[in-house]
Design a protein around this ligand. Structure first.
Ligand code: ATP
Length: 220
């Protein structure tokens, strides 16, 4: 696993709850906080520790040890006022990274004004991902590295015709680098120019998003 990180999650609704389970599963340290006792009991087994408290109570929040956490995720959506207040308190406590789930555009605007860099809009982001995968012929998965670059997994079609990376001129023609080739259970993590491709191979490619899109549309 990558370096173990520490996360505190405030609000264990659908979004906060699934972030909590996922981070815990990845082996990170997770402090789960909710106002609702039932939620706290439910998440005890999916976190390092689960606490019942009203996070707008600054004293209670401080005594939870939250100031020792590098990353805090505010996953209270519906009650926008509480979310904003929470965020201000966390910023005052000098938490290095505060991630906030925004409920709508107004909420997002306020968060930007108070200097939150990591604003999460799950529905918007999920919508984009789903549209991308529906619009794509072969993209299996994608990781966004920055606004311009990503790493994507693409399925090779019969068009590759057992030709080598060199023959297919993938890098010069499309400007993307093939960084891994998966064939069944075999994973080639250092593909050489002479390595050939077959239909059904899963290619991991790195490059500008627009180049990856062109490469994808070329339908190799
Ligand atoms: P989702 O769509 O992810 O379910 P939501 O936007 O509906 O989220 P809410 O239901 O508003 O989110 O809140 C998520 C959780 O946050 C709830 O479990 C709620 O108990 C908790 N919560 C709300 N206010 C506070 C608070 N002041 N302190 C701690 N937890 C809180």
């Amino acid at each position: 696993m990558a370096r173990k990180k520490q996360f505190a999650i405030i609000g264990l609704g659908r979004f906060g709850g699934s972030v909590c389970k996922e981070l815990n599963q990845m082996g990170h340290e997770v402090l789960a906080i909710d106002l609702d006792e039932k939620k706290v009991a439910e998440f005890a087994e999916f976190s390092t520790s689960a606490l019942q408290l009203d996070s707008t109570n600054e004293l209670a929040l401080k005594s939870s040890g939250i100031t020792n956490f590098e990353n805090v995720i505010v996953a209270i959506g519906e009650d926008i006022q509480t979310s904003i207040l929470m965020t201000l308190v966390l910023k005052d406590l000098d938490i290095p990274r505060v991630y906030v789930k925004a409920q709508n555009r107004y909420h997002q605007k306020v968060l930007m004004k108070i200097g939150v860099e990591q604003i999460i809009q799950p529905e918007v982001e999920m919508g984009k991902k789903i549209a991308e995968s529906l619009g794509s012929q072969k993209t299996i998965d994608s990781i966004e590295l920055s606004a311009d670059y990503s790493i994507s997994e693409l399925l090779a079609t019969a068009k590759v015709n057992r030709r080598s990376l060199n023959e297919l001129k993938i890098r010069p023609k499309y400007g993307v680098s093939v960084i891994a080739i998966k064939r069944g259970e075999d994973l080639n993590i250092a593909p050489m120019p002479d390595d050939t491709l077959q239909a059904g191979d899963i290619l991991t490619v790195l490059g500008l998003k627009k180049n990856i899109r062109h490469f994808d549309q070329a339908g190799l």
